[in-house]
Design a protein around this ligand. Structure first.
Ligand code: BJW
Length: 253
């Protein structure tokens, strides 16, 4: 039996499945990853821009980067990987088994593909908040008139995402950690697995006895039992079709 067939069997037999996704799952929707060769924006390292320090030093620059990415996310479409994960959830739930999709992505594409049990560890790019008061707003799907954009309470608008050094939303992290107690299969898709506490979920799942599987064209930092080498948009539809029947990931909810 090859690795793909082993994962198909694991999907069929699992009582509870958790999937952790990263930027790679949206690469085939045309969105840039952070650490890939196309990640830099106008000569800026995205890992430096995604910090409170960058926003304090140059709010206009950071606002412009996020506004461009916000509009890019709104214009993007879920790809076959997002759609396969939504189908996987439907199959498992219909069979009375548990499922949770934990994403580090802020683009909203999993929900738009039809996934329901989704935990967004790093927030969402379509919601912004006043950097002084924290009051949230959902801006219209048009470019901001200026950068930074004034907030409703006299501050600047910043995206409602989690930057380095900031705490993750506590309810989201707690839900992801609680799932490690019931999952027996943990699937890691399209993440370099170097950012914590998200990457720690993989170690936590393995420590609690789950089989850990990776789907990625490059091996990540994650310590997993099985690596499926390839693009998520190729491998995930094949896995779901082999586990639950041909064509089973082709329709959205
Ligand atoms: C494909 C593909 C295809 C390509 N198919 N795959 C423990 C140890 C060391 C450090 C720490 C630690 N605990 C905490 C830290 C500090 C820090 C951290 O982790 N630093 C490390 C980098 C060293 N963590 C934090 O600061 C976190 N906060 C925190 O811990 O707070 C503590 C606290 C508590 C109480 C009060 C206050 C504080 C916050 C981390 C926030 C990360 N934020 C970002 C930006 C989000 C907003 C935005 O989108 O701009 O999140 S950074 C960026 O990295 C983003 C991503 O979600 C995250 C992960 O990146 P990801 O998704 O893995 O992307 P890439 O580009 O790295 O990888 C893409 C992958 O896809 C590659 O593997 C490709 O091969 C693959 N791929 N095409 C499948 N078609």
């Amino acid at each position: 039996m090859d690795d793909l067939e082993r994962v198909v069997t694991a999907l069929r037999e699992a009582r509870g499945v958790v999937v952790l996704t990263g930027a790679g799952v949206s690469a085939e929707s045309g969105l840039r990853t952070f650490r890939g060769p196309d990640g830099w924006w106008r000569g800026h390292d995205p890992l430096r821009l995604a910090t409170p320090e960058a926003f304090a030093a140059d709010p206009a620059l950071v606002s412009e980067w996020y506004d461009e990415r916000r509009l890019g996310a709104l214009a993007a479409h879920p790809n076959p990987a997002h759609i396969a994960l939504a189908a996987l959830e439907r199959h498992l739930v219909a069979a009375g088994r548990r499922f949770l999709l934990v994403t580090q992505n802020v683009d909203g594409l999993h929900r738009r593909a039809g996934s329901r049990a989704v935990v967004e560890l790093h927030g969402t790019i379509t919601v912004w908040r006043d950097h002084r008061s924290g009051r949230r707003v959902t801006p219209p799907a048009t470019p901001f008139a200026s950068h930074p954009q004034p907030g409703p309470d006299g501050g600047h608008l910043r995206p409602d995402v989690v930057w380095f050094g900031e705490a993750l939303p506590s309810a989201a992290l707690a839900e992801a950690e609680a799932a490690l107690g019931w999952c027996d299969l943990f699937v890691v898709v399209g993440t370099s697995a170097v950012v914590y506490p998200a990457a720690g979920l993989i170690e936590g799942a393995a420590a609690q006895g789950a089989r850990c599987v990776e789907v990625n064209p490059e091996p990540s930092a994650a310590n997993v039992h099985t690596r499926l080498v390839g693009r998520a948009g190729d491998l995930l539809p094949r896995l779901v079709a082999r586990a639950f029947g041909a064509g089973s990931s082709s329709t959205q909810a």
